[in-house]
Ligand binder design. Structure first.
Ligand code: HXC
Length: 258
């Protein structure tokens, strides 16, 4: 089935998913979230894809959940509806590496979805915020938790309580964003990173991601134990033998499990 509210492009082992409701600044409505979830499950199952870029357009990555769609909802509409539990959180369940490439507004649910990605590359025009307080609500898909872990309590409280936006430079200083580049360089930079990632062993990328993410749930001692056990288990893989042998033989590795 074709996609209408997102674009899905494949280039070698990298897929780019582009949110595509520009007139509404990519406001995240239920059909778009369902398409995003469907695209990610398609890409998860596709062994030819090793890394995904999630992006929007120059004006907006996404200006949040669709306010017009939500305004008349009651508790049970939101509680029962798939768009919150299943579709809005598809990015956090995605097991392969996924990079958010952000220009323009990443607000509310848009900021939350960018934060569900493994890292964010931002252009100089990016603006991040959790302005839900202005609408009489609070972030609903992880903003209070992920933003606080990324930038610390002081700045997260500042952003969530005032509803103000922070620009790309502040976001990079605060640790929300991995890199800031010129707007014209955004997609090339994201693609270069994605190509590099997709050239590694795919299961080892997935394990690395699982171990880093586990650090948000576990104590330091348990996290380090999990890392050590996973590190040791990699010595059962052909890709560990290939990676280390290639280094010794001064050649590029050809990982079998890509
Ligand atoms: C629905 C939206 C929208 C949104 C923008 N639009 N954001 N529609 N939901 N979140 C629509 C506008 O209504 C308008 O449609 C068009 O996009 C252009 O927006 P403007 O406001 O005219 O653009 P501009 O003046 O440039 O202002 C940009 C902006 C502003 C500062 C980003 O649009 C804005 O504040 N948007 C809302 C941001 C927000 O509060 N996000 C959090 C949502 S709640 P028309 O038809 O008039 O042209 C949330 C909760 C998530 O995300 C938790 C659960 C999922």
């Amino acid at each position: 089935m074709a996609y209408e509210l997102i674009d899905l492009d494949r280039d070698g082992r990298v897929a780019t998913v582009t949110l595509n409701r520009p007139k509404a600044l990519n406001a995240l409505n239920a059909p778009m979230m369902a398409e995003l979830a469907r695209a990610l499950s398609e890409l998860e199952a596709d062994d030819g894809i090793g890394c995904v870029i999630l992006t929007g357009n120059e004006k907006a990555f996404a200006a949040g959940a669709d306010i017009k769609e939500m305004v008349d909802d009651q508790f049970l509409d939101i509680y029962k509806n798939d768009r919150f539990e299943a579709n809005h959180c598809a990015v956090e369940r995605f097991r392969k590496p996924i990079i958010a490439a952000v220009s323009g507004y990443a607000l509310g649910g848009g900021c939350e979805i960018a934060m569900m990605c493994d890292f964010i590359i931002a252009s100089e025009t990016a603006k991040f915020g959790q302005p839900e307080i202005n609408l009489g609500v609070i972030p609903g898909i992880g903003g209070t938790q992920r933003l606080t872990r990324a930038v610390g309590k002081a700045k997260a409280m500042d952003l969530c309580l005032t509803g103000r936006m922070m620009d790309a430079a502040e976001a990079e200083r605060a640790g929300l964003v991995a890199r800031v580049v010129a707007v014209d360089d955004l997609m090339d930079t994201a693609r270069d990173a994605a190509v590099k990632i997709a050239g590694h062993s795919q299961p080892i990328n997935m394990i690395l991601k699982e171990v880093v993410d586990a650090g948000f749930e576990l104590s330091l001692r348990e996290g380090i134990r999990f890392e050590r056990r996973m590190f040791q288990s990699l010595f059962t893989t052909e890709d560990q033998k290939e990676g280390m042998t290639a280094f010794i033989e001064k050649r590029k590795p050809h990982f079998k499990h890509r």
